[in-house]
Design a protein around this ligand. Structure first.
Ligand code: UDX
Length: 458
């Protein structure tokens, strides 16, 4: 057999935000695991400067492009529209330079795995004669809804109370992604959400960070349009297979954390006694909601570990801290996967970002869902009504969720017969998603298929 001159080189390009970088960098690590592929992650100059050095990207190299905001990132733009426009113009130009630079090296790029919300990356890849793989960082259900809107089958604003989308249960308007249920509030994000389908026919692969068995009907429904490859959950291998002792973190954290303090605090707590509370890397709760949350945590009478990012801590007035009592710990950021893997954690009060949702399912942790925006509302619907692994809180006037409602949901997920049922469902899902990435599992086979085609073509 003739030995191949080189392995295929994949450039992975996520939207520059933690919730998009995590699953895509992890996918890169999985590709490089068997030394069959070389992977480089492209990110913005600003993000590369914000990376915390206690993390390691392992076998995945980092290379940079510019979004036009090298000193400030997104925060420096005057609007979302201005940022996305600059990201596209400066990004396309500097991505073209990056591809050209690599083409004169020993390892030219063969394929660009791009974040589906940034479709211009595919255009640049195709201009350079490269293969392109769209990577959807959100569940298939969310793509099916967006595609339905894109095709004009669900006109906006939504006028009926119950919406029917192929492969999904009936949805109330509040279950739809917020860009779709509130088109006037987030016009730039709505445009980006729909625009990802504009050139998808040109993509050579459509990868999605989900598990076939979790979303069978949704995947089957959209597979009539594209050949979808579910490859999830894209999570560090340590949490999927306890025999792998390395790769415990995604590897590119934009926030600093005192991991040890959290681990020590969790260590002496009884099993299933702690509520872990986090709203991810983007959501801003506002002062009134923070106060109600503090009240709810105190009233639940459970231990709690609450992540409040540094930028949000100013909102946490002294009286709010007093509200939480002495049973809690507040940190700016933590090693979320390690926390969810701790036996002390009994439930996850989360905004239901897709990574957090998948991480909880992987580790068999039931959820109290408090979605804020984007895909989180749909993810919460799946958690409560399809997978039955948690409860969604109900909000009152102006969208505020009161403390008594939060405390009630925590109690229901932590104690009693219904809690046991949700825990059993979460554990069943955990076994199911681990099986998908194990040898012979649906996601493992799809990753192998992707790599094999790349190998043939490179
Ligand atoms: C964003 C969107 O808001 C979300 O709706 C979409 O599904 C993905 O992109 P984000 O809000 O940050 O993501 O939430 P999520 O998807 O849950 O990602 C957060 C990531 O940060 C997770 O991988 C989580 O493990 C990590 N994290 C969070 C930490 O490592 N430490 C923390 O303290 C909190």
């Amino acid at each position: 057999m003739v030995k191949k001159a080189r392995v295929a080189h994949v450039l992975i390009f996520p939207y520059p935000a933690q919730g998009h970088i995590n699953p895509m960098i992890q996918f890169g690590k999985r590709l490089t695991a068997a030394n069959r592929v070389k992977a480089t992650l492209a990110t913005t100059i600003f993000i590369s400067k914000s990376m915390h050095l206690n993390e390691s990207t392992g076998s995945v190299q980092i290379d940079t492009i510019s979004d036009g905001y090298d000193e400030s990132g997104y925060a420096g733009a005057e609007s979302t529209k201005a940022y996305l426009s600059s990201f596209q113009s400066a990004g396309s130009r500097t991505l073209a330079h990056l591809i050209q630079r690599h083409s004169s090296s020993n390892h030219p790029i063969d394929c660009v795995v791009y974040d589906a919300v940034v479709p211009w990356i595919l255009d640049v890849a195709k201009d350079h004669g490269l293969a392109g793989a769209a990577f959807f960082t959100q569940p298939c259900a969310v793509s099916n809804i967006a595609y339905y809107v894109y095709r004009g089958l669900l006109p906006l604003p939504v006028s009926s109370n119950l919406v029917s989308v192929p492969g999904l249960p009936f949805l109330e308007v509040g279950d739809l992604p917020s860009f779709i249920s509130k088109p006037d509030v987030y016009p730039a994000y709505l445009e980006a959400t729909l625009h990802k389908f504009s050139n998808l026919d040109k993509a050579d692969f459509v990868l999605i960070n989900t598990v076939y068995e979790l979303e069978e009907k949704a995947v089957d429904a959209i597979s009539t349009q594209w050949q979808i490859l579910p490859i999830g959950p894209s999570i560090p291998s340590f949490y999927l297979d306890n025999r792998v002792k390395k790769d415990k973190a995604y590897g590119l954290s934009l926030f600093n954390s005192d991991y040890k303090t959290v681990t020590n605090w969790l260590e002496d707590k009884p099993p299933n006694s702690v509520v872990y509370v986090s709203f991810g890397s983007v959501a801003n709760l506002g002062q009134e909601q923070m106060k109600e949350l503090a009240r709810g945590l105190k009233a639940s009478n459970c231990y709690f570990l609450w992540v409040i990012r540094a930028s949000e801590q100013a909102l946490l007035l002294k009286h709010t801290i007093a509200e939480t009592g002495k049973k809690g710990m507040i940190v700016e950021w933590c090693a979320q996967l390690e926390v969810l893997a701790s036996e002390a954690v009994g439930c996850f009060l989360t905004h239901c970002g897709w990574n957090s949702t998948l991480e909880a399912l992987c580790l068999g942790v039931p959820i109290v869902a408090m979605p804020q925006w984007a895909d989180q509302t749909t993810n919460a619907k799946l958690v409560q009504d399809v997978w039955k692994a948690g409860l969604r809180v109900t909000s009152e006037e102006k969208g505020i969720v009161r403390g008594r409602e939060i405390a009630g949901c925590i109690r229901e997920v932590m104690h009693g017969a219904k809690a046991e049922e949700m825990k059993a469902n979460a554990m069943r899902l955990s076994r199911l998603v681990r099986a998908a990435v194990s040898e012979g599992g649906t996601s493992a086979k799809n990753i192998d298929k992707f790599v094999s085609i790349l190998e043939e073509q490179s």
